[in-house]
Write a protein that binds this ligand. Structure first.
Ligand code: SF4
Length: 285
């Protein structure tokens, strides 16, 4: 598996320079985005049936996994993205927690102006929301902020305050799992940044799978990337990064459920620290 390098020409097109130059680039960027939105509206086709999507997931697995998950002959990110874009056209969504923007950066280098779904639970760090806003301004992506049916205040009134302390699984279900599931009905495939190196529970993450819970194809194009490959990609490209990553938070979720992690500790040990919960329920491996 090899990582990919974003096209430096594309990256530099929209970054840096004087204020007037940045302003002109911003206008060019908005025009390009508007053109793509119009094209998508023109070319929009009917979403395939569940049976058709399930068959495509099987086809993708057979095509890309070689002799098995993590095998030497597994497809690289470029091959995965080539299959995704050729197979699903515009019915592709990317999910990003805005810890870093490696995944949106990688995917948009193959498919500019792709929809990047950000789940706004109402509990995010201010730095995470700023990272989302910077990514929307600087990357060639369309950020779609997804919220739950209730605001935090409405949830507090209906179910009592601080549900995340009493029942974090239900809190995650209401604020993450259900809103994402409803939003994904518009798409045929969703792309996540799950990596096998994230945690032992993700060690068998496939490149392509049928997502039974959300009833569409799920693709993890950087599943095989090591931490070193992510670091190399960050160093080689001008990536928007959540500043909390360098302040002791190697894995960033909602503020009440994310703690600092000491150097050398499991990076995900700061998520729901002191509880048995390790995943929010979005990723069933
Ligand atoms: S991570 Fe915590 S605050 Fe966020 S949705 Fe889950 S339980 Fe609620």
């Amino acid at each position: 598996m090899t990582g990919v390098q974003a096209d430096p020409a594309l990256t530099s097109l929209f970054r840096g320079g004087s204020a007037p130059l940045r302003s002109a680039r911003q206008r060019a960027r908005e025009e390009e985005r508007a053109t793509d939105v119009a094209r998508r509206a023109r070319e929009r086709r009917v979403r395939r049936s569940e049976d058709e999507l399930r068959a495509l997931a099987e086809e993708g697995r057979a095509l890309l996994h070689g002799s098995g998950v993590g095998a030497d002959d597994e497809a690289d990110t470029a091959a995965v993205m080539a299959w995704v874009t050729a197979t699903f056209g515009d019915r592709i969504a990317v999910a990003s927690s805005m810890a870093d923007t490696v995944l949106p950066h990688v995917v948009s280098s193959y498919k500019p102006w792709i929809d990047v779904l950000f789940l706004d639970t109402g509990y995010h760090f201010a730095q995470t929301l700023e990272t989302r806003d910077r990514a929307a301004r600087e990357l060639r992506i369309s950020v779609v902020t997804v919220t739950g049916a209730r605001t935090v205040a409405e949830q507090d009134e209906a179910l009592g305050p601080e549900l995340f302390r009493r029942d974090p699984t239900e809190c995650c279900r209401l604020r993450k799992v259900v809103p994402l599931r409803e939003r994904l009905r518009d798409y045929e495939v969703w792309i996540s940044g799950v990596r096998r190196a994230d945690a032992p529970s993700r060690a068998q993450a496939p490149l392509v799978a049928w997502d039974q819970a959300n009833r569409l194809v799920k693709v993890n194009p950087i599943a095989g990337w090591s931490d070193e490959q992510v670091d190399a990609y960050l160093a080689a490209n001008d990536i928007v990064v959540n500043p909390l990553l360098s302040q002791g938070y190697p894995s960033i979720g909602c503020e009440p459920c994310t703690s600092k992690v000491a150097p050398g500790e499991d990076p995900r040990s700061g998520r729901w620290a002191g509880q048995t919960k390790t995943e929010c329920g979005l990723h069933v491996i």
